[in-house]
Design a protein around this ligand. Structure first.
Ligand SMILES: [Zn+2]
Ligand SMILES: [Zn+2]
Length: 346
């Protein structure tokens, strides 16, 4: 009985290993790597931080597991490394995954000579020209950074207003006492919250386009003002009308929520006082710009149910869809985003 089971083990090893001898197979081998059929999970631009997976097909895998590789530096365009991720070969065809990361130093082709399982070839990653951030985004002066990866504009900010507010702690140089009349002629009534800093990251489309279906705007940040302060929609918590909150708008027509996140629902008058009532005041998450209530010397007209329209603006001489602030509800956005919204984290 013992002899029989030993015999079976030998036979099964021989069957599954496809090996010419009886030794236990432990080295991953392939018959070919097709570097020319590589695919990348993202495209690369000169001078822009890159992180993506290169998927390289192989043939003739022997079913053996393999560990992660050491990093391989790029030649040609330098500044990148490729690192094989651990895996298990299929028996036959499959894919090897390499993580490519770093910052490509120039435009051109980054090459990685990879060796695996007895084969080697060269992966070629095209690196396109550096993506230039359009000048209009430099108007977001209150952001700690504004960058682009060619698909998104990434705006980071603390959300702290650059103007005085009764909601700053009294020890803050930007604290200013406030009483009297606020937005809509209402008598100001302070809410119990104090302004706090956040780490906002807004990702908005670099090339905004109209959406087929117009998603409703979220509660919380739905856009960012040029001073880095989040823009909120026309609703209070739970989707209730904003009327109860309006009395707590400070002298800049903003206020903090419970965690101290300062925001505007309506025209930020401290900004329009400096920039002008027809100025670019921010962007919603769908990448479309937000303007003050005025246009060509009078109140903007012809706004649709999303509270915007398409026309030439000072920043977009070819014309663009844009939102306007208004004194009456919905103040900034109506039935939802005109385009497809990006994301915000904080
Ligand atoms: Zn609010
Ligand atoms: Zn307009």
């Amino acid at each position: 009985m013992k002899k029989l089971s030993f015999f079976l083990i030998v036979v099964s090893n021989a069957l599954f290993s496809c090996s010419k001898d009886d030794a236990v197979v432990s080295t991953a081998t392939v018959s070919a790597i097709a570097c020319s059929s590589v695919s990348f999970s993202a495209s690369a631009n000169a001078g822009v931080v890159y992180s993506a997976t290169a998927t390289v097909p192989y043939a003739g895998g022997n079913g053996v597991a393999y560990g992660a590789g050491s990093s391989i530096s790029s030649t040609g365009v330098t500044g990148l490394t490729a690192t094989l991720q651990a895996g298990t070969l299929t028996t036959g065809t499959g894919n090897l995954n390499y993580i490519i990361s770093g910052t490509p130093a120039a435009t051109g082709t980054a090459n990685f000579t990879v060796s695996f399982g007895g084969q080697s070839c060269s992966i070629s990653l095209p690196v396109s020209a550096a993506v230039v951030l359009p000048a209009v985004y430099n108007k977001i002066y209150g952001a700690s950074s504004v960058t682009t990866d060619g698909t998104w504009v990434i705006i980071k900010s603390t959300g702290l207003p650059d103007h005085k507010s009764v909601y700053y702690a009294t020890s803050n140089p930007l604290y200013e006492n406030f009483s009297g009349t606020t937005f809509g002629g209402n008598t100001f009534a302070k809410n119990p919250n104090t302004i706090a800093a956040f780490n906002y990251t807004f990702k908005i489309p670099l090339h905004p386009v109209a959406a087929a279906t117009h998603a409703t705007t979220p509660m919380g940040p739905m856009g960012v003002a040029i001073n880095g302060v989040p823009l909120f929609n026309q609703y209070a918590a739970g989707g209730a009308a904003l009327s109860g909150e309006i009395v707590s708008f400070d002298q800049g027509y903003g206020h903090p929520q419970q965690q101290g996140g300062y925001h505007y629902h309506v025209e930020p008058i401290k900004l329009t006082a400096i920039k002008g009532a027809d100025a670019l005041l921010g962007f919603l998450l769908d990448g479309f710009p937000v303007y003050g209530p005025m246009e060509n010397g009078s109140l903007a007209t012809g706004l649709d149910v999303y509270h915007g329209h398409t026309s030439v603006t000072a920043d977009y001489p070819a014309g663009i869809y844009h939102y306007h602030f208004s004194a009456a509800a919905p103040y900034l956005n109506g039935n939802g985003f005109w385009g497809t919204a990006g994301t915000v984290t904080y």
